[in-house]
Ligand binder design. Structure first.
Ligand code: ADP
Ligand code: NA
Length: 330
């Protein structure tokens, strides 16, 4: 069976965009692939993380993955820092990758911003660690969003250069991006031109995976819309990003399409549609939210799952790392 590596940063405030854009798709991969799900805590510290919050965010992300349907018995779920092969291989890859390659990474430029000289060296080398995450398991497929495509390209370049430099053709596979159907991009509830994001300072802009029914209802009721009723087909959403976003969320959560939702609700007012959307969001998220709450009260269970996962990840990574070290001359 082909192997998938998926990583998520434990940086808190898990929202509906993370769920519909990433986690839900990973759940679906479990039937066709051997999956390695990694809470990438080492990536998280490329920017400052409060240690106490980081520890609780690691557990919370693992809990939300399990609550969403990730099966830690059939697949591997662990946190990156507990499997040292990631760091060891990343160092070797730092010596394979060229500075010129990393200089081209647009995400570093965006994240470092104007204060580039003050960014951590880790933030700069991030793609090299990501290459190690994937290749330490010789994973063949990686589900990536738009923002990670360039990094996956770099991982492919590193794999190829390693194979060439050490004359071990085919040793590392060329990991392929997994494009998971039409990606659901969830936008801010307050501004349809911005992605829903954990870093949005407005709580009202975001549906958190931990929100209770009252909070969900209030956020959806207050979500920005326009005065027009729902159009009867998708073309009528042109230039109406907030309207489009609410309908997209409805379609995604009901496993439907925008066109189907509009054929049913077209011509109605947003006040009524928002009520229907609230019902859908509450119904779909409640089981996940409740399970997350239960798991968040059971640190011992989460810690045991992560420890077991790290053991299994390590069992896959160690023989590969041993071959790498041998190849390099260690
Ligand atoms: P954020 O943008 O809130 O900082 P991350 O960068 O940690 O979230 O993203 C984690 C995963 O969730 C990535 O796979 C990313 O593509 C996905 N994701 C984040 N925000 C959204 C969104 N608004 N819509 C769809 N997917 C999203
Ligand atoms: Na992001």
């Amino acid at each position: 069976m082909e192997r998938v590596f998926s990583g998520a940063q434990p940086t808190g405030n898990l929202h509906l965009g993370n769920y519909l854009g990433a986690i839900r798709n990973w759940v679906a991969l479990q039937k066709d692939f051997e999956c390695i799900f990694c809470v990438v805590d080492m990536h998280a510290i490329t920017v400052w993380q409060d240690p106490k919050e980081l520890r609780s965010n690691i557990r919370e992300l693992a809990a939300s993955m399990i609550a969403s349907g990730i099966d830690p018995e059939k697949h591997v779920l662990f946190n990156q820092s507990q499997v040292s092969a990631h760091a060891e291989l990343a160092w070797i890859f730092n010596c394979v990758a060229r500075i010129g390659w990393l200089n081209r990474m647009t995400q570093f430029k965006e994240k470092a911003g104007k204060h580039r000289e003050n960014a951590s060296l880790g933030l700069y080398a991030y793609p090299s660690l990501m290459a190690a995450d994937i290749l330490t398991y010789k994973a063949t497929h990686v589900p990536v969003g738009e923002d990670q495509k360039q990094h996956l390209e770099l991982a492919r370049d590193i794999a190829l250069k390693f194979n060439n430099d050490y004359e071990v053709e085919g040793f590392f596979p060329q990991p392929e991006p997994l494009i998971l159907g039409p990606a659901t991009r969830v936008m801010s509830l307050r501004d349809g031109s911005k992605k829903m994001s954990k870093s949005d300072p407005s709580e009202m802009a975001r549906i958190n995976m931990t929100d209770d029914a009252d909070t969900l209802s209030k956020k959806i009721r207050k979500a920005k819309t326009d005065p027009e009723p729902l159009p009867s087909e998708a073309a009528g959403l042109e230039g109406r990003p907030e309207a489009k976003n609410l309908i997209t969320i409805f379609a995604a959560l009901t496993n439907s399409t925008v066109d189907k939702v509009l054929s049913e609700h077209g011509g109605t007012q947003f006040s009524g549609f928002k009520q229907a959307l609230t019902d859908v969001v509450v119904t779909k998220l409640a089981p996940i939210t409740e399970e997350m709450a239960r798991l968040n009260n059971d640190n011992a269970y989460i810690d045991a799952v992560l420890a077991k996962g790290a053991e299994r990840a390590n069992a896959i990574a160690q023989p590969i790392l041993r071959d790498v070290k041998e190849t390099v001359g260690f």
